[in-house]
Design a protein around this ligand. Sequence first.
Ligand code: GDP
Length: 424
Amino acid sequence: MANCAIVGINWGDEGKGRMVDLVTEDYDVVVRYQGGGNAGHTVMNEKGKFALHLLPSGIFRDGVVNILGNGVALDCENLWTEMEDVRSKGVALTPENLKISDRASLLLPWHRDLDALEEGRLKDKKYGSTRQGIAPFYSDKYQKKTVMAGELLYPQHLKAHLADLLEWKNLTLTGVYGAEPYTMEQLWAWVEEFGGKIRPYICDTGAFLRKANAQGKNILFEAQLGALRDLDYGIYPYTTSSNPVAAYAPIGSGFPAAKIDQVIGVVKAYSSCVGEGPFTCEWFGEDAEKLREAGAEYGAKTGRPRRVGPIDIVATRYGVETQAATSIALTKLDVLSYLDKIPVCAHYELHGEIIDYFPFPAVLDEAKPMVEYMEGWKCDISGARTWEDLPQAARSYVEYIEQAIGCHIGYVSVGPERDAIILR
Ligand code: GDP
């Protein structure tokens, strides 16, 4: 029996969904343990191309049980839309292969409103939120001011609980932001409609996981975003409001005693970052445009152009340590095939010194990238399926990264398709 977490090492969008889709073959259960619908995993397989936001990426495999753990921000409206979309493409979703934790807290409509209102108030100091309500949701969760999915199974209790929250939340909506208050009728209509739809999937997923583990089933934990967006370890305050680190997987999944044997850290062969915050290795102008085009770097959720640059060894090494990665999946190596020479942000310069540690967020803005170049390979590598199929220059690039970040690169991905992978 072996449990595994698949996590992002950088700013997110590293290709985690693609890796989960690939390795679920060896797992019985896939659990999403944090975050909400504020980011997207893109998965391409024989069933089509899918942009997943909340659903675990194991839903395409027959026989795999998918769980939304207590750590996620459960937006039942968006979840239902996503479920309908996936179903329309022929993927079966039933309470047998999709289970929602009764302890997952509900993201309510006012969380989205408050996210947009606060970003609007911040104007040019905004955090770059996707306005999906994630930050207000987690603040409320930790203030004990939202409801758990399991309360949908007890409507009378839920109604009384929501009435208390409504009174409190309207004070903020009207008093702080001058926005319209919610009425109980509006809120209850939303709960009936969307909560009602997900009700059949709600159960004690912690009990399910404990039993599955005792039976020797293999569990895969799936994260959203990456180490540098982790609330505690990332580039605060330009982080998300939850913990994408693998260490949080046992807590956010509902199985606090889980032992994670393997952590696959996903790293892209270059860097990308959506939204605000320091991004030391960032490219601008024509170079950035070409890389963005080559890698199709536009947000899966928002369509926003992603900021791009060369691979950042300093940040990646920090991400590897933070995630306690046991092996690395290096994705999108094929995207770099157009470059004559491959740029690498090998070190930072901070206050006149060359450094290899990842600086404290408050001074990260002052760090400058120190870029070195490696030989390019200038040929199509998307058909490579073995290590030997790769040109020497591509192999040297992979070996350089492996040595620089101090973790074995076990997978090299050369295309979005399930089989476009080299195992090392
Ligand atoms: P995630 O959130 O970490 O799952 O990443 P995203 O889905 O936002 O971004 C990864 C994108 O790159 C998706 O569109 C994938 O289909 C695509 N992708 C993943 N691996 C590769 C690869 O090796 N090569 C290419 N060209 N595209 C890839």
